[in-house]
Design a protein around this ligand. Structure first.
Ligand SMILES: [Zn+2]
Length: 289
């Protein structure tokens, strides 16, 4: 069964982006005149961000029907782009599609508004900075993956990696909730970039230092724009990234430590990803991330 959008939802999605394709590399107009002067031609599609049915692209089992057919799960695209995003799920991720949606709606808002011109540059620079910081996090992620591959090749763990593991452990022990986590840093800044509890473990884990600092910058940016209309979407993008990175660090940690205490956390992800506990202990899951 497909959880299709209602006619009204489709129409609203189209109107919110001025009937233009939301792919920033396309932006094609999806509605125009038909040869028959009584008709219009539409090449627009209300595409699902997470699949409309089981087995569909980016399908999220944890969503209920209402969420799946809700407007938050839709993005307006031209016919070409709607096919494109379903051909390569890993390239056209949920985060990417959500960022397209935010950018397109903001652009449409900018184009129809005449009175608030003064706010626009701030809004645009906010977006640029936000996505730039997210991209930098991707690079940090790659560094972590390199370390993982080295260990998977069967090489003996170096001192540096063990210290990295301690940093990850302290991360999970002290800073589980991303918002609480960074709140306590504010009083220490700008003198100290790393929380005191963690600093002793962090000297040899540069990728984690970068990760924390980028997250902190993103969080401050979001806080400073808390009255922006679309801020919820940006916060969700930020949090989904935090989830993703935490998952990777958790795998890394469990793989290296084989620590029984972390199996409860591992269980959470077992449910999410269908991964067996045994796999986690032996680190065979890395290819799945
Ligand atoms: Zn398009």
């Amino acid at each position: 069964m497909r959880d299709d959008f209602t006619r009204r939802t489709k129409e609203t999605l189209a109107k919110r982006v001025g009937y233009k394709c939301s792919n920033p590399n396309c932006k094609k107009l999806t509605s125009g005149p038909n040869e028959d002067e009584n008709k219009s031609t539409s090449i627009g599609v209300a595409a699902h961000i997470t699949g409309a049915s089981k087995g569909g692209p980016r399908f999220n089992e944890e969503m209920n029907v209402e969420e799946r057919k809700g407007i938050n799960n839709g993005i307006w695209l031209c016919q070409n782009c709607s096919v494109l995003i379903d051909k390569d799920e890993s390239k056209y991720s949920i985060e990417l599609l959500e960022s397209w949606k935010v950018t397109s709606e903001d652009k449409a808002k900018e184009e129809i508004s005449t009175s608030n011109k003064n706010q626009l540059p701030t809004n645009n620079s906010f977006q640029t900075l936000f996505f730039e910081l997210l991209n930098q996090q991707e690079i940090v992620l790659k560094d972590l993956e390199v370390t993982k591959r080295k260990t998977q090749d069967g090489k003996i763990l170096s001192e540096e990696k063990i210290i990295g593991r301690k940093a990850i452990k302290s991360y999970f022990e002290i800073f589980r909730d991303p918002f609480k986590k960074y709140q306590s840093w504010d009083s220490q800044l700008p003198k100290e970039d790393i929380p005191k509890e963690c600093s002793k473990f962090f000297s040899d884990a540069p990728e984690l230092v970068k990760y924390f600092n980028l997250n902190k910058q993103l969080l401050r940016l979001l806080k400073s724009k808390s009255n922006l209309e679309n801020i919820e979407l940006y916060i969700n993008i930020f949090l989904s990234k935090v989830d993703y990175y935490e998952k990777i660090m958790l795998f890394y940690y469990i793989y290296e430590s084989k620590d029984e205490n972390y199996l409860d956390l591992a269980k959470e992800f077992e449910i999410l990803e269908g991964i067996k506990k045994e796999d986690l202990i032996h680190g065979e899951t890395f290819g799945l991330i």
